[in-house]
Write a protein that binds this ligand. Structure first.
Ligand code: CTP
Length: 214
């Protein structure tokens, strides 16, 4: 099968030296790409700026901004994919304008006007002739199940992997994670704390099982 995995944060420029971003390390997405490769699948990996090495064998596209990631994802979906895992932590907002010259400290910067970025998962155009299994991730700090179920529906996912980001020992930048999976049929499955590599293997297995049943 052909997997498309996104990973890492995006960066939204304020001026030539400053940007808005988030704490994503890319570890979960890279682990998913590695797990799919290990299971013998083809993997296209679209990655924001991260400090880790890509798994050997992945067809890597590096991007910086949410707009670049949206374009790269659409191009890959158009060329054909069976499982699309949107694990990247896309910046939700970008500056309304990017300043061409560095903002001088003496000039001051009392506020930055922000506009939303495109929601890639919710708006990517899906092919009519091929069913793509869609997997989203969610970072939640409260009402995890309620918010995850709402995202699953709003973003047309078959599976949504939700992360409780209030836990310090799991999630952002950690080597471990703990996830609750919410499925389109209303069922859910808790994946207890494990390494991101172990969780990735389970998620890939689950994706393949669903994709093969359809
Ligand atoms: N996502 C996306 N494009 C965006 C923002 C998010 O494709 N511009 C994707 C993420 O990759 C993830 C899912 O949407 O798979 C949920 O992301 P999350 O940050 O949890 O939710 P948001 O939609 O950003 O909502 P909120 O910040 O209100 O929780």
């Amino acid at each position: 099968m052909k997997f498309l995995v996104t990973a890492g944060p995006t960066r939204e420029a304020i001026d030539p030296v400053r940007f808005l971003s988030n704490r994503s390390s890319g570890k979960m997405g890279y682990a998913l790409a590695a797990a799919a490769l290990e299971a013998g699948h083809e993997v296209a990996l679209i990655s924001g700026p991260v400090c880790i090495a890509p798994p050997p064998g992945a067809d890597l596209t590096r991007v910086t901004t949410a707009d670049e990631m949206a374009h790269a994802v659409q191009t890959r979906i158009n060329t054909g994919c069976d499982v699309f895992i949107m694990c990247a932590a896309v910046a939700d907002f970008k500056p309304r304008e990017v300043r061409a010259a560095k903002i001088k400290k003496s000039e001051g910067l009392a506020r930055i006007d922000l506009v939303p970025t495109r929601d890639i998962l919710a708006t990517v155009a899906l092919p009519r002739d091929r069913r793509v299994l869609i997997v989203g991730f969610a970072a939640e700090s409260e009402s995890l199940a309620e918010n995850a179920r709402a995202k699953l529906r709003a973003k047309r996912c078959d599976l949504l992997c939700a992360n409780d980001i209030t836990r310090m020992d799991t999630g952002f930048d950690a080597d471990h994670n703990e996830l609750t999976l919410f499925f389109r049929d209303g069922s859910q499955r808790h994946l207890p704390r494990a390494t991101k590599a172990e969780l990735a293997r389970l998620i890939v297995e689950i994706c393949i099982a669903i994709a093969e049943k359809r």
